[in-house]
Design a protein around this ligand. Structure first.
Ligand code: DP6
Length: 325
């Protein structure tokens, strides 16, 4: 029983930061995202009766400690659902740096979920896959369905899953990931979520969330690029304000991050429309219209500290690459 799956990373337009239930990963607020075409994880899982324990390889290296534990916990969820006890050989490869705020846990747990479920011969709906992926890493549930996605918060685990709002070809907008460092972040998202509530601004951000989610869905429906961008930027800054004022405070930005933020604002003043967002790391995502990619890339390459640019279009969600009995 072996299966291989591919899943994209995703960029949140409205961010998930803070949980109602840390263990089940039920988010405090609904979030909205876009799957990314150029950053993904490919994972294979084989359940094998000859194995005496799970084998976990991430990017060609044997995973140890917490990293291994998180994968084994997820395999346990699948084993429990399938009512079987076999150990697995799991191999996962990202085509981008892991742990630097490019949603490696999102693509990683989405790909692992699909591969493990198929290898265990389970047949789950997109909704069930999304719920299961969520338990591995919250943002991973958004990498299961296609294109532009909404993940709803809910009272119970079974009601908190992601669904597609629009397919990838709905709108030609792009996300340029501007890499300023490939180093692993010091504080994981999971730890960050756990301290979010200690910020005096946490409740204020959550309070305005329902309206914000409705407003961004409207901007998507109307293909209103400037409204979409303004909401994306505002929520990213609100989330980082929460991060920087939680205890302990989390400062993910570097000088280069700030330089890029200020450049995007200046270009807008000069008449060129693009908008930034930032996850739990220093790298910046810039959302632009498809036709503006070359111009934006040209502008970005002039900024000191920019090491690389990854161009993403809206993408499909997790897909099975192969499976055999
Ligand atoms: C800043 O999904 O990585 O990227 O559920 O603990 O695995 P866990 O957290 P994770 O958090 C992602 C946080 C974010 C915002 C977002 O993608 O919505």
């Amino acid at each position: 029983m072996k299966a291989k799956a591919k899943a994209p990373a995703n960029i949140a337009f409205i961010k998930y930061w803070g949980k109602k239930d840390q263990k089940l990963r039920i988010p405090m607020n609904s979030s909205i995202s876009m799957n990314l075409s150029a950053v993904f994880t490919i994972t294979s899982v084989e359940f094998d009766r000859r194995l005496k324990m799970d084998k976990v390889y991430l990017n060609g290296k044997k995973a140890l400690g917490k990293e291994r534990e998180r994968v084994v916990d997820h395999l346990d969820r699948v084993r429990e659902m399938a009512g079987m006890k076999l150990f697995a050989d799991m191999r996962s490869v990202n085509n981008f740096p892991k742990g630097s705020g490019i949603a490696s846990s999102a693509s990683g747990f989405a790909a692992l979920t699909l591969a493990a479920v198929r290898a265990a011969n389970l047949k789950l709906s997109t909704r069930q896959l999304s719920i299961l992926a969520r338990m591995g890493s919250g943002s991973a549930c958004r990498s299961i369905p296609d294109g532009f996605v909404e993940w709803k918060t809910a009272k119970t685990s079974n009601a908190s899953f992601a669904r597609s709002l629009f397919p990838p070809d709905y709108w030609d907008i792009c996300d340029l990931i501007v890499i300023v460092t490939r180093k692993k972040k010091k504080v994981s998202s999971t730890k960050g979520h756990a301290v979010a509530e200690s910020s005096p601004f946490y409740k204020t951000r959550i309070r305005g969330m329902k309206e914000k989610v409705e407003a961004i869905k409207k901007a998507l429906r109307n293909k209103d690029f400037n409204s979409l961008g303004q909401i994306i930027e505002e929520d990213a800054i609100n989330m980082h304000a929460v991060m920087m004022t939680s205890s302990p405070p989390l400062y993910y930005w570097t000088g280069a991050t700030m330089e890029i933020i200020q450049s995007v604002i200046r270009w807008r003043e000069e008449g060129f429309q693009s908008y930034f967002t930032i996850d739990a790391g220093p790298n910046v995502h810039i959302i632009c219209r498809g036709r503006d990619v070359d111009h934006l890339k040209h502008l970005l390459l002039k900024i000191h500290g920019v090491r690389d640019i990854i161009i993403n279009r809206p993408a499909k969600g997790a897909r099975l690459i192969s499976s055999r009995k």
